[in-house]
Design a protein around this ligand. Structure first.
Ligand code: PLP
Length: 439
């Protein structure tokens, strides 16, 4: 990429590059299938937070309307038997096929990620009696760490912390150093929520198994963006969000994976009627169902399972390998822009440079990022902020274009430049905020 001096409204080399990339992008046409992309949005939003809440699809708009009048409005309670009772398992199978490398009967859609983590982690530690440690890393997502603290207190276990590099993540070597005959469970994230570091699931799983421990992988920031091979990698348990790259909508429930041969050996702690062997016999005592159904608890959140079906179908159609190739191209482009425009202003990349170690998002650090993010939101440019000084750039492969990526990083550049100029006293704040393109 050439250095551009003209950052005004004219066409610069980076914008020309972004437009060319969009033209030759084999997945470019998927963008128009999402609500809020240029074609139908009066003020197009530059969205860099699809890794936190994915954009909705147009197909979902139709599906929701059909659902209200059809299966719900006309089918009424008959629809439980006709289609809803098995829906969490059917969606699980299609997700397993499209994005998780999981054969049927091992994935279901259930509770929130937090509750699902609790259920599977508790089941796992109970299946390793005599072992009293759970391995987790210091930079894992708060809910993952908090849930484990609770389980440790409840079961008299100790947490064994791996200190993860904030701009990197947990390596197989670090796991090898802490696991042993005391380890019951290892819980790690496939893609780190802050740095975007991509962990070596296969190798770390092997290391944990060599020590006799079970592994639970958190796939929240990888499902739908990074190819996953749960069966091939011999993973025991996994949990992931559906409202991030899977565009399930705010608060849509998580999916859980339990490997076939483990299912009937594990007992999860939220013993509800939907996970019982005979749901409608309403018997006096709980007896768990065989197979994956035993990990269910209460009435499934059917309304919240509508949207994800459209995204899962889209991912299967596009092919997860191609989705990943686009994701890598987007993050490479964003890093090139950061290097060129933002590094001279003191911004540092807090994500792996090597794409083989990186998921679908980046974090860039600067002391002014809290203010930068707040200003960008007012101008319909939406990244998110992660304390203490990180701006997270999430690039959803099916809905984000190269031009959108260009516009987002250019907006960060212009707002940051304005703030720095204002601080240096060279221009009053009002003018500083307005300098540059498009804002
Ligand atoms: C987003 C995310 C969660 C969210 O959990 P909820 O129960 O859905 O709030 C948990 N873990 C990780 C790693 C995440 O990225």
């Amino acid at each position: 990429m050439t250095t551009s001096t003209a950052h005004g409204p004219g066409l610069d080399a980076e914008l020309a590059y972004a437009r060319r990339m969009d033209r030759i992008d084999g997945l470019g046409h998927y963008r128009a299938r999402f609500i809020g992309t240029e074609a139908d949005a009066p003020t197009p939003v530059v969205y860099l937070d699809g890794n936190s809440l994915g954009r909705p699809t147009r197909a979902t708009l139709d599906r929701m309307a059909r659902f209200v009048t059809g299966a719900w409005g006309s089918g009424l309670s008959r629809s439980w038997e006709e289609e809803w009772m098995d829906l969490p398992l059917r969606i699980g199978d299609s997700l397993g096929r499209a994005a998780l490398g999981a054969a049927p009967g091992q994935v279901f859609v259930g509770d929130s990620t937090t509750v699902m983590l609790y259920k599977l982690a508790r089941a796992a530690v109970d299946a390793r009696p005599g072992r009293n440690e759970i391995v987790v890393d210091t930079d894992n997502f708060p809910t993952d760490r908090y849930v484990l603290e609770g389980i440790a207190a409840e079961r008299g276990l100790a947490l064994r912390w791996i200190t993860s590099a904030p701009a990197g993540g947990v390596t197989a070597g670090q796991v090898r150093d802490v696991v042993g005959p005391r380890t019951a469970l290892v819980l790690l994230s496939h893609v780190a929520y802050r740095s975007g570091f991509l962990a070596d699931v296969r190798e770390i799983t092997r290391v944990a198994h060599d020590a006799g421990a079970l592994v639970l992988w958190d796939l929240c920031h990888s499902a739908g963006a990074v190819p996953i091979e749960l069966d091939l990698w011999a993973v025991d348990l996994a949990v992931g969000c559906s409202y991030k790259y899977l565009s399930g909508g705010p608060g849509s429930p998580a999916f859980g994976y339990v490997r076939d041969d483990l299912q009937n050996l594990l007992v999860q702690p939220i013993q509800g009627w939907m996970g019982a062997a005979e749901v409608f016999s309403m018997g006096p005592e709980y007896a768990p169902a065989d197979g994956i159904r035993r990990f269910m608890s209460g009435t499934p959140a059917i309304v919240s399972m509508l949207a994800m079906q459209d995204t899962i179908a889209m991912i299967e159609e596009a092919g997860i390998e191609d989705v990943r190739a686009k994701s890598v191209a987007l993050t490479e482009f964003a890093i090139a822009l950061v290097d060129e425009w933002l590094t001279p202003m003191g911004v540092t990349l807090a994500s792996p440079r090597e794409h083989t170690h990186r998921g679908g998002h980046l974090t860039i650090n600067h002391w002014a990022m809290r203010e930068v993010t707040a200003t960008l939101w007012q101008h319909d440019v939406i990244p998110d902020f992660r304390a203490p000084e990180g701006l997270r750039v999430g690039l959803s492969p099916l809905s984000t274009s190269f031009v959108e990526t260009y516009e987002g990083v250019a907006a960060v550049r212009d707002v940051l430049r304005g703030i720095l100029l204002a601080r240096s006293g060279l221009v009053p704040p009002e003018r500083g905020q307005q300098s540059g393109t498009g804002l």
